[in-house]
Design a protein around this ligand. Structure first.
Ligand SMILES: C[S@@+](CC[C@H](N)C(=O)[O-])C[C@H]1O[C@@H](n2cnc3c(N)ncnc32)[C@H](O)[C@@H]1O
Length: 299
């Protein structure tokens, strides 16, 4: 499969392509930071394409296709710099379990294990607080029901947080790597203290780009929240540096990067999402933030 479609603007480019093939062709040490949500293994199927990484029948099959990307992402990242992935653990039920049990699959742990196995250094894990009441209302998950809490609390679990796992490309000696600089006038101590918290609280999951999507095809199943993306892009890149999202979706990571004066590259397999991403990236280009770069990033 080649690049099916391509769009570019001032400081950004988006490709309708298979990310594994595309990333394999990218130049080494050309990316300053990557940030994205991978498909959560087999949780959602985004398209009928057999290249859709969500279109798999097992977690092993998912990692078989994800591993070459993890390896190439390391090659294309500049020494000393980072990749941040937005993930969560997955609930499974008896109908999909050989043992007939119900429980949790530690997808986050497997993502960390595969990154480390392929040469990344595990750098940081941020827990993103999520509300169990909203989760119960949305999913009706057995493990969150008050009825079970009263009748047999051993059946109950708890709410599912999201995580941001951050990895670093370690370079020998780390002496000639370019720093990411944050002048205190722009990034005061209290901002750093809040961002350094291992648990990020009070960042609404509804802060997403789906607003404005006109059809189900365009509305993304799980866009990455803009508030999480903003903190990561601002903390881990200098202005004008290049951010990469191998799973562009409708363009959330690009939208944030471009608005905040970063360069951006993204790849997406599904044509409908790709087209919506291009629309969103053009909007970001015409809507760059000037002055207070922290706008919206401290919430
Ligand atoms: C979790 S979503 C990313 C959402 C995105 N962060 C956003 O905010 O819109 C994962 C995306 O990966 C895409 N995808 C799956 N397999 C792919 C592949 N082989 N190459 C490129 N994109 C792929 C899916 O179509 C889906 O849009």
């Amino acid at each position: 499969m080649k690049v099916l479609d391509k769009a570019q603007g001032d400081g950004w480019a988006a490709y309708n392509a298979d990310t594994v093939e595309f990333t394999a062709g990218m130049p080494s040490n050309s990316i300053d930071f990557s940030v994205y949500s991978p498909p959560f293994s087999s949780l959602y199927i985004y398209s009928e394409s057999e290249r859709d990484m969500g279109n798999v029948s097992s977690h092993d099959e998912f990692f078989e296709s994800y591993r070459p990307l993890i390896r190439d992402k390391l090659r294309v990242t500049r020494p000393g710099r980072l990749t941040a992935i937005h993930v969560k653990d997955l609930v499974y039920y008896s109908n999909s379990s050989a043992k007939g049990d119900r429980g949790l699959y530690h997808f986050t742990g497997d993502c960390i294990r595969h990154h480390v196995d392929l040469g990344w250094t595990f750098h940081r894990l941020i827990t993103v607080e999520r509300c169990p009441v909203k989760e119960m209302q949305k999913t009706k998950a057995d493990r969150l029901l008050y009825k079970h809490f009263r009748e047999d609390a051993a059946r109950t679990g708890g709410g599912m947080p999201e995580y941001i796992a951050v990895f670093r490309k370690w370079a020998d000696g780390m002496t000639d790597t370019d720093p990411v600089l944050h002048p205190p006038a722009e990034f005061p101590l209290d901002v750093w203290q809040e961002w350094a918290n291992p648990v990020w609280r009070g960042l609404p999951e509804t802060d997403v780009l789906n607003v404005g999507a006109k059809s189900d095809e365009e509305r993304h199943l799980c866009p990455m929240p803009l508030n999480l993306t903003r903190r990561l892009v601002l903390q881990y890149t200098n202005p004008n540096e290049t951010v990469y999202s191998p799973f562009l979706g409708i363009g959330s990571e690009g939208y944030v990067s471009i608005r905040h004066g970063r360069r951006f590259i993204g790849t997406e397999l599904k044509p409908e999402y790709f087209r919506r991403a291009v629309h969103n990236l053009k909007e970001a280009e015409g809507n760059r933030l000037v002055g207070d770069l922290l706008a919206g990033a401290t919430a």
